[in-house]
Write a new protein. Sequence first.
Length: 411
Amino acid sequence: MEFSRRDFVKGAMASGLLAKVSQTTAKEVWKPKDDWEKVRKQFPLQSERIYLNNGTFGPSPTPVLEAIKASLTDTNTSGEYGHTTEARKELAAFVGAKEEEISLTHNTTEGINIVCWGLPLKAGDEVVISLHEHVGNALPWLNRAKLHGIVLKPIMPGKTADETISNIEAAITPKTRVLALPHITCTTGQVFPLEGIVTLAKKYNLFTAIDGAHGPGTLNLNLPELGVDFYSSSCHKWMLGPNGTGFLYIKEELLDTLQAYHVGAYSDAGWDMFASPPELNGYNPTAHRFDYASQSTPLYTGAAAAAHFHSEIGKAKIDNRIRELNSYFFEGLKEIGKFEILTPEEPESRICMVSFKSPDKGYREIGQLLSKNKFRVRLVPESKLDAVRISTHIYNSFEEIDRLLKVLENV
């Protein structure tokens, strides 16, 4: 039997050859099969169906579910609804940030809205955005353009990181103020070159406002080292935390640049309704000013447990494992030879998702076939792609991908 590139990817896991992509060493690569099977057993996912849609929702492992349940029981038996201080510490550490730089949000879109409306922009100011946006990043900026007259400059992602940087730079003019771009696109799973984007922002004195929905839990992130200004994410995707939890990273020196509009308990530095006139003395000196009022202690306990779950396995090891599964599927799809693969071939421009389409079959028809064969995938009508998207995470296996490829061979 001919030895395929897919076989090479599968075998490279043990040798650590693919670790160069995620900047780990062969010694840091986790033990191959047995340990990942143990990880899979911690997820109460249905065994009769193969889940390949983590880009939409990441099912939580049992330790996260148990943490939520325990906190829910505790708060409802004690009557003390608690606080989220420890969760903020855990999430900050997970992305290498200070606690003071982390606002707790309900999802990525909420964080994007905080940044979009809080930045000091005026009519005519330009924002570079992409043609591959999730509605959560597109709509806030479109709404501000509609109401305040800012101008959006959409760019097409390139086939390589260098081409993407060239496309972004070509869109920059003297009126540009913000680069509002995804870290990883929801459409094709393309990883944008964040280091290059930050370099451009510094060169032209621009803000970087990043949609980071797919970053934490896949990439081994350290946000301060990356140098981004604002980074919004959620805990319910690749971090495998509960729905309704997320965070916004705000570079410490920009806290007072970003105006807070929605405020409440814990947002302030003092207020007095008995003063004449009543006065607000200022804002909380940390990012806590943006996550006002009561938060769900059980949900954020779950989010912290999810971050801890990743850290216990090892962020670099997870990064590497996700890349291996992604490469294995990518190479297998190429070998079939009948699909147009929309995700870039360049290894550094992909990590966790692959999107494709067929010249002969509609994407909905392929989706129905996969569903009939008990695969849960995501269809991508966005950006006029009409494609099928496959997401793989640490609970998936090479064997599951083999089963998927076998079905696709018969499309």
